[in-house]
Design a protein around this ligand. Structure first.
Ligand code: ADP
Length: 486
């Protein structure tokens, strides 16, 4: 089936099982980052519609949470099946509005769907406790209950997976949810809503609202009916949402920026480290919050690693994501290109040396898109912006280090603490470094760590809470203590 005939391209928001948007709303044009062409236009909703969505999600809560976990799982599995069945169309849509290569988009759909299956299964295994009482005439119990109406605000870099990672846990736990997707990638979110509708998820249980971020965000935060907000995005917006949520004391999950170190020790398998760096740095054109941002290479293997990485990077095919064999697609927009250019110019002004890349991709097919050459900078140092800020683009700066102590100190010298990676074979180095890195996630001898079965999340300014694993489900459950006199 083609994307057009699939009925998955939607322009209206999905609230309480209805498609909302008409001439009274403004329209925003969604463009393809590979060629700047219009894909379609999406109606922009605001405060009133958000209010309606909250009320409807609240009405839908009681019947939804009263279902057994198995009953909710049966509905969610329908959604899972439909997403899997429509993988090709959904992947095409992601590539169209976000730019990533089609193979990566398909991978994202598989990953996105995996959260639905996992939480459908996991919610059947939510256990309470019976506590040995402190008095002979008392019986003490702990039960777990759904948090209630919840909200999610999601980014553009994983337009499908960042929704299911939140919504699957929320819905499986018995919560209802309102999702506000990123303005650059609303179409994947609306397609997910279309499939939720076809799957028979009851009206009001899962809602997607597109429109003014500030208005929708404020309305969700101000309303006491919304008991939890889960956000993935930048640290400044995360801080703002946390402050806005203080009035109603909401539960929060915040998955914010990263500045991941990627460390290669002298005893590492250098070929494996290069392969890990390619995946970890250049996947999604370097636009993931767990992307390697600073590559620290121990002195003895610095030149070997740099040379091998250069060969591998120069083999990467940059181009339109819908063309077979493309490894790196366009960046999301021109602001992203500006940041990459700024980081490179700054690095060169502080003594950095371009090993490969360094400019926009030239050629007729790249002219209308946001393409940038995969880039390596040698002689990186701490004075550079790139050492302190997330680049969110295909630039690998190589720092040289001497000792384990030095590199741990440098790796931790950031306000962020999402993901860190290192390659080493000595078992004491492996333990010592795993424990010393102040990060929520550590990849050892691998550049890819995300999975639905493990807790994803950060420390410090990278946020609060975890998504994935059984920990991700507990974010949507309240603990209730019952004390009974007999
Ligand atoms: P990025 O810079 O990567 O786009 P943002 O943090 O700005 O990251 O965006 C992530 C999500 O947060 C998007 O859905 C965006 O629309 C939303 N967002 C941005 N500003 C606000 C705000 N003031 N209130 C609520 N949501 C916001």
């Amino acid at each position: 089936m083609s994307l057009v005939s699939s009925g998955l391209i939607r322009q209206k928001s999905y609230i309480n099982g209805k498609w909302i948007g008409d001439d009274s709303h403004s329209l925003v044009t969604i463009t393809n980052p590979a060629n700047s062409e219009e894909i379609t236009q999406v109606y922009q909703l605001g405060k009133n519609e958000t209010q309606t969505a909250i009320e409807q999600a609240s009405k839908a809560l009681s019947p939804w949470k009263k279902l057994t976990a198995s009953e909710r799982a049966s509905v969610l599995m329908q959604w899972y099946e439909l997403i899997v069945k429509n993988t090709d169309e959904l992947a095409e849509l992601i590539t169209l509005e976000q730019g990533k290569p089609l193979a990566e988009s398909k991978g994202e759909i598989t990953y996105a769907a995996s959260f639905i299956r996992w939480y459908s299964e996991e919610a059947k295994r939510v256990y309470g406790e019976v506590i040995t009482p402190h008095q002979s005439d008392k019986r003490l119990m702990v039960v777990k209950q759904p948090v209630g109406v919840t909200a999610a605000i999601t980014p553009w870099n994983f337009p499908a997976a960042m929704i299911t990672r939140k919504a699957a846990a929320a819905l499986a736990a018995g919560c209802t949810m309102i999702v506000k997707p990123a303005p650059d990638t609303p179409l994947t979110a609306l397609a997910m809503a279309e499939l939720a509708d076809r799957a028979g998820i009851p009206a009001g249980v899962f809602n997607v609202i597109c429109g003014d971020a500030k208005q929708i965000g404020e309305t969700l935060c101000d309303n006491p009916i919304v008991r939890k907000l889960s956000f993935t995005g930048s640290t400044p917006v995360g801080r703002l949402l946390m402050a806005q949520s203080a009035k109603t004391l909401k539960k929060l999950s915040l998955e914010l920026g990263g500045n991941a170190p990627f460390i290669v020790f002298n005893d590492a398998d250098i070929d494996a480290a290069v392969a890990g760096a390619i995946l970890c740095k250049f996947r999604n054109a370097g636009q993931t919050c767990v992307c390697a941002n600073r590559l620290y290479i121990q002195a003895d293997v610095y030149d070997e690693f740099a040379q091998k990485l250069k060969l591998a990077v120069e083999k990467l095919n940059v181009g339109h994501g819908n063309v077979e064999g493309i490894d790196v697609g366009p960046l999301i927009n021109s602001v992203a290109i500006d940041k990459v250019e700024k980081h490179i110019a700054d690095a060169l002004s502080f003594g950095g040396e371009l090993l490969t890349g360094g400019t926009r991709q030239h050629g007729e097919q790249f002219e209308q898109g946001n393409f940038f050459e995969p880039t390596i900078i040698k002689n990186a140092n701490n004075k550079m912006l790139i050492a302190h800020e997330e680049t969110f683009g295909p630039v690998a700066p190589l720092f040289k280090f001497d000792t384990v102590e030095d590199v741990i100190k440098q790796a931790n010298e950031t306000e962020f603490g999402l993901a860190a990676y290192f390659f080493a074979r000595d078992i004491s180095t492996v333990w010592q470094v795993s424990e010393a890195l102040e990060y929520g996630m550590v990849g050892v001898n691998t550049g890819i760590i995300s999975t639905e079965v493990a807790p994803f999340g950060g420390v410090k300014s990278s946020g609060l809470g975890r998504e994935g694993g059984h920990q991700g489900l507990s974010e949507y459950l309240e603990t209730k203590y019952i004390c009974m006199s007999i």
